[in-house]
Design a protein around this ligand. Structure first.
Ligand code: PLP
Length: 392
């Protein structure tokens, strides 16, 4: 019995990731892992902050009955109340526990949100380049991505986003700070986006939601800050996780928060709540909910990522690559020296450099470097970047 045609096609479409992974594993086996410069995966190389180990130690010893039982699909009410207080502090908008649903990472939060918003045939407007899973997530719920290019510096083209909203558009989805570009959208762009979506919503007599995917919110450099969509637009939602800021991607914990003034909020929250259940998540992992509720102000050592960012930017500059200096997350998205980014990434592999082609992020002509790796890897990769630049 064959598997479903669609997933078979998706396996083919994402096969470059597998191909890269396999090529990387082969290279490491042949040359020794220390001689391969692996910039392919966004897996944080920093360990969680010490406070995390202290909290889970305490939680592991806690014998309170019901701690590991089923719970409301949205999560522990006390955890959601703490997240709401945290959101109130950072966004200057008053949140309550009713506006927060704990989820299985940001991926879970995105799926819960899209399940609640997307009717078959609906579209979501997304600036390119973007996180490769969005296409698959949208498809899970019968929707499609409507792509809008960003500006040359990867900033938002607000007019183009507004113009792309049509009758089938249920939401605009941005990712700030951005994977793969490392862009952090300046406050004036977020304000302008809120203004433009207010006008579009009024014109069509139905709000278009703004979803901001923010798992890298606390990983910012050079004094950059992530502007609040909640302060800019009432029909907004934030999806996020503790995967990157606390280095906990394997623990699968995050949340979605909806603006208190959002239209039909009761129904939206009920929809997302049910989605958490019927997508099979049921609820976010109990222990991790309790853990992160105590760690909302904590963050991995951003100074270490800042150092890695400086190192990789210097390596790229010395080798003659063209790139916008990233302001957040742990990615940089340089221009490929040749138009065919896949061919460039193959050539880089011959120099033991593992990169990801921009085409995989709907950003052809570029390549992505994930610099969440050892400083040594970055430093020792410098000659390889020079060699591939010189021969291409
Ligand atoms: C932009 C973006 N959104 C969402 C996710 C998914 O995060 P999580 O591991 O919390 O599901 C990632 C993971 O790399 C990401 O880069």
């Amino acid at each position: 019995m064959p598997i479903a045609q669609k997933i078979a096609q998706f396996i083919d479409r994402s096969s470059w990731i597998r191909a890269m992974f396999e090529a990387g594993a082969k290279l490491k086996a042949e040359k020794g892992a220390e001689n391969v410069y692996d910039f392919s995966l966004g897996n944080p190389n920093l360990e969680p902050p010490e406070a995390f180990y202290e909290v889970i130690g305490r939680l592991a010893a806690n014998r309170t009955p019901g701690l590991h039982a089923y719970m409301p699909n949205a999560g522990f009410p006390a955890v959601r109340a703490k997240v709401a207080d945290h959101l109130t502090k950072i966004h200057g908008v008053k949140f309550s526990a009713d506006e927060v649903i704990m989820t299985v990472g940001a991926g879970g939060a995105l799926n819960v949100t899209l399940k609640a918003l997307v009717d078959p045939g609906a579209n979501v407007v997304v600036p390119t380049p973007y996180f490769v899973e969005y296409d698959f997530y949208l498809d899970n719920h019968g929707g499609v991505v409507k792509r809008v290019p960003t500006r040359a510096d990867f900033g938002l083209d607000v007019a183009a986003i507004a113009a792309a909203v049509d009758d089938q558009t249920c939401a605009v989805l941005i990712n700030n700070p951005n994977n793969p570009s490392g862009a952090v959208y300046p406050e004036d762009q977020i304000q302008a986006l809120g203004q433009a979506l207010t006008e579009v919503s009024q014109k069509r007599g139905r709000p278009v939601y703004l979803i901001s995917d923010e798992p890298y919110r606390q990983l910012v450099y050079d004094g950059a800050t992530v502007a609040s969509v909640f302060a800019a637009y009432p029909h907004s939602l934030v999806v996020t996780s503790f995967s990157k800021n606390l280095s906990l991607p394997g623990e699968r914990i995050g949340y979605v928060a909806a603006h208190p003034a959002i239209a039909d909020k009761g129904q939206l929250m009920a929809g997302m709540n049910l989605a958490n259940r019927i997508l099979g998540f049921v609820n976010a992992p109990a222990m991790m909910q309790l853990a992160v509720a105590e760690l909302l102000d904590k963050v991995a050592d951003v100074a270490q990522y800042a150092k890695k960012r400086r190192l990789i930017c210097d390596v790229l500059t010395d080798a003659g690559f063209e790139f916008s200096e990233p302001k957040g997350a742990f990615y940089v998205f340089p221009k490929s020296p040749i138009a065919d980014d896949v061919a460039f990434v193959r050539a880089a592999q011959e120099e033991n450099l593992l990169l990801v082609p921009g085409s995989g992020f709907m950003g052809p002509g570029y390549f992505r470097i994930a610099y969440c790796c050892a400083d040594e890897t970055i430093i020792r990769s410098a000659p390889a970047f020079k060699r591939v630049r010189a021969r291409i």
